[in-house]
Design a protein around this ligand. Sequence first.
Ligand code: ZN
Length: 416
Amino acid sequence: MVRLTRRNFLKAGIAVGAATLGVSAYKYAPGILSARNRDERPNVLWITMDTTRYDRLGFNGYTRDTTPNLDKYAEQGVVFHKNYSQAPVTIPSIPSFLTSKYPKNLSLATFFDQMPTNVLTAAQIFRSLGYNTSTATSVSFLNRDFLGKGFDYFSSPMLGSKDRDDFKNPLAKLHALLNIRNGEETNYALIDTAKNSDPDKPNFYWVHYFDAHFPYTAPEGFKFKFAKNKSFENGKKHIYNLRSITKLINDEEANFLSDQYDGQIFYVDYHIGKLLKTLEAAGKFDLNKDLLVFNADHGDLLGEHGYYASHHSAYEEITHVPFMITGAGLSRGKNLETLTANLDILPTILHIIGGNSGVNIPKFRFDGRSLVDVINGNQTKARDFVLTDLANFEGCAVRDDKFVPEGNVILTVCLF
Ligand SMILES: [Zn+2]
């Protein structure tokens, strides 16, 4: 591990700042979009899976059939294979990509911090472009007070909230107690929040699923999708009480947890499929015209580096996250190996919308950059490196496009 001095980190920061200045007003994106009415703004469905590793998804090459629905959508669009998150934990990773700002520029480190008032959110931007803006999140700390700026409709789980009463099964009640929703409940909330939206406006949806997060316990019907030894669930409760050192569990137990993690991904994929079908049936989304975006806020350790069910460092398994964008006439079946960041997603969506609809998208001061030029082949490289802030800003990790993950090396860590 190489440590950067503060002077060197500042140099890196200057390079990032200079690159950021390159983000300009989005005009048309010729060459990547099919001919269609340029006055038409596509609906945007942005799906974020919490705690989802790049390497456990079918369309990223995983041998297990964890994501049949996402695989199908990926075939119709563009997959980025070297995409990295800017934080290893939910807060600040999610606020970072929903604003295209580095976590440090948001001053967010814990659940107790508030979003800065002077930073535009994706929802505010879409609202300013004439969109209905709707979201459903799956954990109570991603609530309206924290993340609600710009959303017309916001639904997050809250103990005793009305939508909880509609779920009778015991697991749903437990999740209510923990202020967590499962995928089925999240879908219900999104569809509920979206159904009264203005039919004359396009829709921006952001949906957040939490199921891949520990303790990896799927509802009935999905419980043991991949796990072979079902006895662990009831007989080895201690594996649910540990989130740290792998040596405290044996290989069989570790494999069980890994299998259950994959099962959770399968469960969410199933509900993503259902969500798209429901929105399509309601005339609220059409993959032929509209834009589907999929990413994750961070991954998880499943025994690597001595830990499992943990994500507080910048290891590859934690920061290498999936990113796929599809629909709206984008190239089909494209797989890109260029280095990208979650920060780049919002500028890319806006660039595509500008190209698709002719809407004049104003210039925003994003930390990320549009990937449209690499999608359409006009550029081979999106960025020279990506930065990931460590939890609580104890430093940051830097990856360049030559980085090959090996052993316990994080790459370069810089100290603030
Ligand atoms: Zn998270």
